[in-house]
Design a protein around this ligand. Structure first.
Ligand SMILES: [Zn+2]
Length: 143
């Protein structure tokens, strides 16, 4: 998937986000899945359809990276060796899942080193680097 298509797709997916504060979208691409199979999918931060209404709030919102990994599991898209493109920087929890799902590469914004996510982003960056996951920052994804 080329950069312009990815950026355009993320912008479109963002509109579905359930989070009023930070809209995050994710694309998973696995070129190894082959051209005749579906090799990409998109997700955004929010809740799965059967998530209880009364429990939906800012602290229960499911991060876009988690939603994408769940979608890969449901739709049978292999995450091992895949690339995740996300229009923010993964938090520590999402980085743990990215490592566990054996992604090869993450394309994202620069980590937030001053805001409320600073500690989580620092820990996530250290984990991703230590796990040998390639990280590419696209300035267009910075907020
Ligand atoms: Zn996260």
């Amino acid at each position: 998937m080329d950069k312009a298509t990815a950026l355009h797709t993320l912008e479109g997916l963002n509109k579905y986000s359930d989070d009023p504060d930070i809209q995050v979208a994710t694309i998973v691409v696995n070129e190894q899945a082959g051209a005749d199979h579906h090799n990409a999918l998109g997700a955004w931060n929010g809740w799965v359809p059967d998530f209880p209404e009364e429990l939906r709030n800012g602290s229960t919102i499911i991060h876009a990276e988690v939603m994408a990994i769940m979608a890969c599991a449901r739709q049978g898209l292999e995450t091992a060796g895949a690339t995740m493109i996300v229009n923010w920087f993964p938090c520590l929890h999402c980085a743990q899942l990215i490592v566990g799902a054996e992604f090869a590469k993450v394309i994202c914004s620069e980590p937030d080193i001053a805001g409320k996510w600073a500690d989580s982003h620092a820990d996530a960056l250290a984990l991703l680097v230590r796990a040998g996951i390639e990280i590419e920052h696209w300035p267009e994804l910075n907020r």
